[in-house]
Design a protein. Sequence first.
Length: 335
Amino acid sequence: MSGAPLLELRDIVKEFPITSTVLQRRVGLVHAVSGVSLSVPAGSTLGLVGESGCGKTTVGRLIVGLDRPTAGSILFDGRDVSSLSGRERRRLHRDRQLVFQDPYASLDPRMRVGEIVREPLAIHHLGSRRQQRVAVQRLLEEVGLPPDAAARFPHEFSGGQRQRIGLARALALNPRLIVADEPVSALDVSIRSQVLNLMHDLQLRHDLTYVVISHDLTVVRYVSDLLGVMYLGKLVEVGDAEAVYARPTHPYTAALMATIPLPDPVRERAKPHGLIRGELPSATNPPPGCRFHTRCPRAADVCRIVEPPLRPFGERHHAACHFPLQDPVEGTSAA
């Protein structure tokens, strides 16, 4: 993707204070996100992957404005979100929406589906009640739900149907960017492809830009134009999805790729296993240097001291590793 960036993250840092239970004093920090920079062209899909605790969900919350960064800046359509006034920031919230992971917990069980989808329109005072009801019916039809869905409660629907309701609610304000946090992880395997195909159709129809957060590399590969791999708050590899999958450069990326099951039993048994050793370090006290060095089979002394920068390994393909699996390429474009 070479279009103009709709979303840019510049050296984003997010730290959460840890307080003592007795005196409520700050006794430490959780380094959730540490200097992440990304650029997402309009109309594309960025997939963010990594183990639980890597910071990818925090990045998603920062993008939609549920959390504010400790440092760094977030630019949406060229405008620094943090510098906007309260009214301007509220208006910008319409353009950035979130689809939650759990389709059961994310919908109010006491509200009918029509009211759930209409609520964003009511909060932002968009249209009359009649116009809002018409918009709700159109949205429910667009995501493949029956006409009587508006009068029913969430518990009357399956998990896949509830996620469709979540998509309809996210589309209500006609956003330009949707962050989907594990959008199909709570669904049956047989339903996942239906929801992912629906997301793709909606993207084409509404010219949407997606940030899809997932631990499932198969899902991310299916939907993504760009791929970002995070480890313990750091972005360790980023680039065009097909290039990263074809030539994983960071040892952590290669280890994640090795967990994707192959349909051929012979090839599955022959592929390398056990590329990641040990346990994920604590985000309250991340290792110095390369944060992956405590688990990396290629680590050397320099990895324990010097943090590797993101280097080019192809057109729009960057990785942060002192001992990469591929040779670096000089003179290519920046991330």
